[in-house]
Design a protein around this ligand. Sequence first.
Ligand SMILES: Cc1cc2nc3c(=O)[nH]c(=O)nc-3n(C[C@H](O)[C@H](O)[C@H](O)COP(=O)(O)O)c2cc1C
Length: 211
Amino acid sequence: MLSNSKREDAIQNLYEFFVHCMGLVSKKRLLFFIWLLPPFSSEGSGVEAFDSTTFDASLNWKDIEWLRSVTKLPVLVKGILKREDALKAIEAGVDGIVVSNHGDRQLDYSPATITILEEIVHIVGGRVSVLLDGGVGRGTDVFKALALGSQAIGRPVVYGLAAKGEDGVRKVIEMLKNELELTMAISGCPTIDDITRNHVRTVSDRLKSML
Ligand SMILES: Cc1cc2nc3c(=O)[nH]c(=O)nc-3n(C[C@H](O)[C@H](O)[C@H](O)COP(=O)(O)O)c2cc1C
């Protein structure tokens, strides 16, 4: 069976995390935490074992159709990076797609999501929602994605959660909101609907302007 996951940084960080934990928590708690994870084996680390049991490499478009048939909830497919896949997702009956490279943690040289958002938005042509995540660190990133046609933008709040719990999550969201509002104000956009394609300039715009 082919594997579709190898998170080198996660594997590395988990080892470091354990070393860190050794100094922070009682042995009893640490053992409990390790017990929650799949066991280490000669095949690799606990993270690899977790990945191989959680991620099914045989997943395909027919599974989306099946999922569609068993729920009335909106079905969104995450990880779309190509126009062809956007069309396949629509064919499979999804309600939306998330342009995402999963944080670029799996495959070197994946395109930055913001660079392909516009062509996906164009091919989708309003038939389903288009969302984006990846590399959204500031309110200006949210602004760019909205200008290029994304309807919602994802930003993991787990780092805020890890640093400061509930307050950390609130802080991440507030920070992005404040930065977005400032960007909108400076760009002359009183509302989200006022953010248009003309507010950003992409590499292809630059190339076209040189012709
Ligand atoms: C620790 C961690 C675990 C993640 N696990 C998953 C996952 O199981 N499935 C998935 O689709 N994306 C996963 N992601 C990717 C995020 O959902 C999201 O697509 C990505 O972090 C966005 O990129 P950014 O980190 O540059 O904002 C994970 C990201 C991180 C940091």
